[in-house]
Every structure is written in C-alpha cells, then in structure tokens.
Design a protein around this ligand. Structure first.
Ligand SMILES: [Zn+2]
Length: 366
C-alpha cells in the first residue's frame, strides 16, 4: 500500500488530496486502482470549476486542479441493443459504431461500463462483447417483460435456469450482477403479474446463492411486491443489489433502503420535479449512476435538464460516426446524469462522482 498526502492552503482556500493505491480482489478487477479523495472547506470552494469544457487538445474530459480526472462507472447500459449495430425498428440506418460510442464514453471520464442483459440470448452476447474489452462487465438474468421465455424458449423452466447457470459458470470474472430482473407492472402485456413474480422468485432462489452476485433489479409500479419477494428471500442475495432506474416515491425509496439496497439513477429517474425531490433524499452512500442507454436520456422537457452543463452534439441527417445518433442514448451522457444529480443535491460533481465510484466498486467488485 502506498499513501501520498498533500495539503495546501491558497489564501483562505484550503484543499487536501489523499491518494492511495489499493489492491482489489473482485471479479475481473485489475490489481491496482488509483483512488484519490478530495476535501473542501465548503461546497462553494470548488477546486474544479463546475462548467468544464471539452478539451480538443487532449480529447479528454478536463482534469481537476489536483490533476485527477473524473471517474464514473455506468452501471447499466444495454450495449447489445441493435441500435449500436445501426438497426432501428428493423431498418438499417448506419454501420455498427459501438467502438466510437465507447471511445466517447472513456473520453468523458467513464471508466467502466456494466452491460445489461435481459434474457439468455442477450446474456451470451453481452458476455462475448465484455470479454473483448477489459472495461466492460455484464449482467446475467431475465427481464420481467421477457420472463415468458422460461416457458417458451427451453424444454422447461428448469432447463432455462440450467442454461443461465452455464453462462454464469463459463464467464466468471466478467459478470458483475444477476439481472436485469424484477417486476414491471407497467408492461404486463408482455408477461402477466403472476408469471413475473414466479420467474423473478425462481431466478432469485436458483441463481442467487449459486452465483453469489449482487442483484441488478428492475422495478416499475411494483415496489411493494418487489420488496416482499426480496424480503422473503433475503438469504439469496447476501451481497445486496441495486434497484436501477429508480422512479418511485419517497416511501418506496425507504422500503428499498431498509433492505440495504443501492439506488440507480438515470434520465428516467429525473423526469419530473417529484422525481427530483425523491433523488434529493437518496443518501449518497447508496447512490449509483447509469444511463440505461440507448434509452433514458435526459430530454429538454425533463425537470432535471436545467442542471445539464455538458452538451453533446447529436444528429440524424448528415450524421457522422463521431457524434451521437439523435434519440439514441449512449454512455458518455452519464456525465449529464452526474450533473443533474449534483445539481439537485447541491453537491460538487467531482466529490459526488468519487463517492459514487467507490459505492459501485464496493457493491459489485469487492
Ligand atoms: Zn430496467
């Protein structure tokens, strides 16, 4: 372990930096992680100006005055979605551009991305994508809107579970969470409530202890039932988990916090003033950030858009691979989610980013 300490006073303005080299033993994590921490006299004493610019010279997000770059982890991006292959509703709009999408994310301080998988076939594809890039990790699980696959895509639900277990076993070290799974009562046309509950519970009980992974949970208008199933099966997920894309009420937030869960925030969690009030109440040591790309971007009509500082060019006509494709979200906009949450909570973005980074490592990689 190496520790370096630095403390300086500039007039009445004091800041300190403590950095350490840590060894982490989590799945697929490199041996060394550079871990700077910052402290300030007051939030208003910002070492880093809040309005940063893209640096065309370095192609990187601006650094802090202390010389450390912003570090972010997108805990949920659907990078196996057809849109990253240029396909939109079955019609080809452009060539595959995932490499460019990832390059833009890394340049904005995104350090790692967890690729969300929502069924068996997606899990296999996600794992393969992640094996080719040491900054990508995957989830394995079946989304509530696709849980009829347990009855239709294999000889039996047990057979489907066996195939999920095979993916989990063959790709240890590249899978960070079980999921995305849970309950979605807003889209029961794809899978009815009872089927959703049955196969969410089956995954928890069959794959929870088997994998010993934290959970990546989906919840839409189903907080009470999700909470009840999780409570009844608490021994199936000793490492906890995150309720991603959280858009619930304060009462629902408290239900999940009491279970020890983390809360994942993306653009879909930040649409209304009511959403923003709930986000204000999330303890920062339980907060994770995500994009849910290619969905859930922050739109100008969203209540949180007033906090956005970094603008990303997007186009459809005359699109080039060096810009965002309009209406398709991508992980570089995690920066906007950070800006929005920092704005809502009146916190320094860099301090918040560092806390969230540590939360993410703690839940998924240690
Ligand atoms: Zn979801």
């Amino acid at each position: 372990m190496l520790f370096v300490s630095l403390a300086k006073s500039i007039g009445s303005f004091r800041f300190c930096v403590t950095s350490s080299v840590l060894t982490l033993g989590g799945p697929g994590v490199g041996s060394f992680i550079w871990k700077p921490t910052f402290c300030f006299n007051r939030v208003s004493n910002l070492v880093v100006p809040i309005g940063r610019k893209w640096s065309s010279e370095t192609g990187m997000a601006d650094s802090t005055a202390a010389g450390s770059k912003l570090r972010l982890i997108d805990v949920g991006a659907n990078l196996t979605d057809d849109m990253y292959s240029g396909m939109y509703n079955g019609s080809k709009k452009h060539e595959p551009d995932l490499d460019k999408v990832l390059d833009r994310a890394w340049a904005q301080g995104v350090d790692k991305i967890f690729v969300t998988a929502g069924n068996l076939e997606e899990a296999k594809r996600a794992v393969n994508v992640c094996k080719e890039n040491d900054r990508l990790w995957s989830t394995v699980g079946v989304h509530p809107t696709r849980c009829s696959e347990f009855d239709t895509k294999s000889a039996s639900p047990d057979e489907y579970i066996k195939e999920l277990k095979a993916v989990l076993e063959s790709s240890k070290g590249k899978i960070v969470a079980l999921g995305e799974f849970g309950l979605d009562y807003e889209r029961t046309q794809f899978c009815d409530v009872e089927t959703q509950k049955k196969y969410f519970t089956l995954q928890l009980t069959e794959l929870g202890a088997f994998s010993n992974l934290p959970l990546f949970l989906h919840c839409r208008a189903a907080a009470k039932d999700l909470h009840d199933i999780l409570s009844a099966n608490r021994n199936c997920f000793p490492r906890g988990g995150v309720v991603h894309s959280f858009d619930g009420t304060l009462e629902e937030l408290n239900l999940f916090l009491e279970l020890g869960l983390y809360i994942g925030i993306n653009g879909c969690s930040l649409k209304t003033e009511e959403n923003c009030k709930v986000v204000q109440e999330i303890p920062i040591d339980r907060l994770l950030l995500e994009t849910d790309a290619p969905w859930c971007g922050i739109r100008p009509s969203h209540a949180s858009s007033k906090f956005i500082k970094t603008k990303f060019d997007a186009a459809k006509k005359n699109w080039s691979e060096n810009t965002m494709y309009k209406s398709r979200n991508e992980p570089q906009t995690l920066r906007n989610v950070l800006e929005a949450v920092a704005g809502i909570k009146e916190l320094n973005e860099y301090e918040l980013a560092e806390t969230v980074y540590e939360n993410t490592i703690k839940l998924f990689m240690s």
